[in-house]
Design a protein around this ligand. Structure first.
Ligand code: AMP
Length: 126
């Protein structure tokens, strides 16, 4: 949890200091709509604990938090009806970690994208 800035925007959302369009919440996670959607469904899933990125989360969170976070992913996908097992056509997960990945909010989060054909995973710009 070193370097975690509790003034980051997701920390403020977790505290209720600023609003979000909530999709799902449980003991371990909060999930809400991204304000700048890159697909018809663009949802963020964040842990309630203070972790800067996936490295910090996996290295420092408890097994209970890690399992709870991962179990929330299909729960959100099923709730939205975007998983193939809930009648949808699938979804993509992205988690940016660090500057070259263009992480802009330093509270670990996963982007869940769905609702259109998302094409190949990355535009090739080697
Ligand atoms: P990343 O660039 O991977 O760190 O993703 C951060 C994401 O947070 C971006 O997709 C932003 O559009 C999104 N975002 C920033 N502020 C908010 C907010 N207040 N509510 C919802 N999403 C936000």
């Amino acid at each position: 949890m070193s370097n975690y800035d509790n003034q980051n925007i997701f920390a403020k959302i977790l505290r209720g200091d600023i609003p979000c369009e909530k999709i799902y919440e449980d003991e371990y996670v909060l999930s809400f709509k991204d304000v700048n959607p890159q697909a018809p469904s663009h949802i963020l899933i964040i842990p309630k604990g203070a972790y800067t990125d996936i490295n910090d989360f996996i290295e420092n969170a408890s097994n209970e938090e890690i399992i709870g976070f991962n179990k929330a992913i299909p729960a959100v996908a099923h709730q939205l009806g975007i998983s193939e097992t809930s009648g949808g056509k699938g979804y993509r997960l992205i988690s940016n970690a660090g500057s070259e990945a263009h992480q802009t909010v330093a509270h670990f989060h996963i982007h869940l994208l769905a609702g259109r054909n998302l094409g190949p995973m990355l535009v090739s710009i080697k």
